[in-house]
Unconditional design. Structure first.
Length: 588
């Protein structure tokens, strides 16, 4: 009788979901909690969710993922998937090395053996430091995880996206009043992956998401391979797992993850150029501004068949249809604003896949470059810095030293943000900040005309004030015009120091040939010289005009023309075209 009862008890226990288990990884016994619904079946998904610092698996499973109405186990029971809550060593995670990455890989292998889970539908998330580990895993094991869901956590040193990593679906959940991992850091981390994934840089926003007053769901996508990046913004919420009735974190994670799998049967397509977010800025007379042709190229393949065609679109307008390699076309337009370029690949089964990038065509009369100085620790798009040791190109972020945007917090300050650059070795032009270099994401095209550059700059940490040189250059590095200025304000190496607003300076110059140009600022030729750019704007005062004067019958086509102050103005062309800068034009 006792033996029969024992057998029945063991049989019953075998039907119950497991609670805790161990696995040896790298010679160390590691523990985790696992919940597997009854009647799970085979080929079901797996979610791994990592606790925060100084927490453990029990706390995450039984406190953070439960309330009176719902629990993570209930979500698993309905959707039929396995959830694992791992334990970190000393209630912490290795967010830079391989120790816990190997732990996650071992858990996946064991769940495949124990519960016959589907390797193509493994998902990873984590809270706080577990969210930091989730971001780390995006670069380390993107081929093992179909979607990632960090909650209230991001890399404190700045997010990165390795170039060889596939497009990554991400749902990030964060409270706006988080006192541990500030909400303001979530967007910069996501920007890295929005750009990497080829997602539109402008989000679609759903206000009062799911009836939660003030909640916002930001969606960037679709990007390459149809992925999305999402940010669920929770108003006035702190460092926590949301268990509100309308927005339960477990449900939100599952509803996002279930849409993604590693074993795509549809074709793969990727736009290889241009990079998403690239901007073409063109100055020129009204109605005469032209933009360079944007070359669009894509790659496409199908794991289960062949590619029948690749179609290119500018928004809803069909640009071209390619039925064989190379898949490429051009965008030739004068329409300003953002353009969403799409490549749609269709395979022999009629399955399609879409890749998108965004480019912006801008036609300003005044371009205020310093408006992009709004994120501390970043190099803004369009900018390149060099300090004689390291070259940095925007957009990039996560910098805590060296050239970068600094945020100033003093009670009295000349500006809130400024772009800091320096010259370490002291050699001539070995410390600079340049806008418009190739590869920085922006092309600055100037028509012939007269321009004004207005700026406010100061020094950051110099014993003596250091002279700054401003140059207008071609992309090849040839100087067209230059000016030097010695700042008279030194902030003093501390972002919280008070400092006055520098006096606005003016640099006027002429452009004689249509082309792509670079605005360059060089710190002084002395060791550790530096500069802070607090304000910078470019205005076109006038352009080439045919209405000023035409050559007389006895005037050679290239006779120089001077203004009333004796300054040489651009020589007329054979058709008699001059530049006017608002002053009387005379001949000599």
């Amino acid at each position: 009788m006792k033996q029969t009862f024992l057998l029945l008890l063991l049989f019953a226990i075998g039907l119950m979901p497991a609670l805790a288990d161990n696995i040896t990884v790298g010679g160390t016994s590691r523990s985790y909690n696992v919940y597997a619904p009854s009647n799970l079946g085979e080929g079901r998904p797996l979610l791994i969710f990592c606790h925060g610092y100084n927490q453990d698996a029990n706390w995450m499973q039984n406190s953070e993922f439960k309330n009176d109405q719902v629990s993570m186990e209930a979500v698993c029971d309905t959707a039929k998937f396995v959830v694992v809550f791992p334990n970190g060593i000393n209630k912490s995670w290795d967010t830079s090395g391989d120790r816990d990455i190997n732990f996650i890989k071992a858990i996946i292998d064991k769940m495949v053996t124990q519960h016959k889970i589907d390797r193509n539908r493994v998902y990873l998330g984590g809270f706080s430091m577990g969210g930091m580990l989730t971001y780390h895993a995006m670069n380390k094991i993107p081929d093992l995880i179909a979607a990632f869901c960090p909650v209230s956590g991001y890399p404190m040193g700045g997010a990165t996206a390795n170039t060889n990593v596939r497009p990554i679906p991400i749902l990030h959940i964060h409270g706006t009043s988080d006192e541990t991992c500030a909400f303001s850091g979530a967007q910069p981390a996501l920007n890295v992956w929005i750009n990497h994934n080829g997602c539109p840089t402008t989000a679609t926003i759903t206000n009062n998401y799911n009836g939660f007053n003030g909640a916002k769901m930001h969606v960037w996508g679709p990007g390459n391979d149809g992925v999305e990046v999402r940010l669920l913004e929770l108003p006035n919420k702190g460092h926590w797992i949301c268990k509100e009735k309308q927005v339960y974190t477990g449900k939100e994670i599952w509803n996002f993850c279930k849409r993604f799998s590693l074993n795509k049967t549809s074709p793969n397509v990727k736009i290889t150029s241009p990079n998403t977010g690239i901007k073409y800025i063109s100055f020129g007379p009204q109605g005469e501004v032209s933009f360079p042709e944007v070359n669009i190229t894509a790659t496409a393949d199908d794991p289960n068949g062949t590619i029948e065609k690749v179609e290119f679109y500018d928004g809803t307008t069909l640009l071209a249809t390619c039925t064989e390699k190379p898949y490429k076309t051009t965008l030739a337009t004068t329409k300003t604003g953002k353009h969403t370029l799409k490549a749609i690949a269709t395979d022999n089964d009629g399955e399609t896949s879409t890749a998108t990038v965004e480019v912006t065509l801008q036609k300003p009369t005044t371009l205020t470059l310093s408006t992009d100085f709004k994120e501390g620790g970043a190099i803004p798009a369009g900018w390149t810095t060099y300090d004689s040791n390291e070259r940095r190109t925007g957009y990039s972020n996560g910098y805590t030293s060296g050239c970068r945007v600094l945020q100033f917090t003093g009670s009295s300050k000349g500006f809130n943000y400024g772009l800091y650059f320096r010259n370490i070795n002291g050699n001539t032009k070995q410390g600079y900040a340049k806008f418009g270099l190739s590869g920085a994401g922006t092309t600055l095209s100037l028509a012939p005309g007269h321009y004004t550059l207005k700026y406010k700059i100061c020094n950051w940490n110099m014993a003596d004030f250091g002279e700054v040189e401003l140059d207008i250059e071609t992309r090849a590095g040839k100087s067209i015009a230059s000016q030097t200025y010695t700042p008279n304000i030194n902030i003093g190496n501390v972002a919280s120091n008070n400092f006055s607003s520098p006096t606005q300076q003016t640099f006027e110059f002429d452009i004689t040939e249509q082309g792509d140009y670079v605005i360059a600022l060089y710190s002084a030729a002395s060791e550790w010289s530096d500069c802070i750019i607090g304000q910078l704007s470019l205005t076109a005062n006038s352009y080439v005009t045919t209405s000023i004067e035409t050559p007389t019958h006895n005037q050679a086509p290239n006779t120089p023309i001077y203004d009333i102050d004796g300054q040489r103005v651009i020589s007329p062309t054979k058709s008699g075209i001059y530049i006017s800068n608002g002053k009387k034009i005379i001949k000599r």
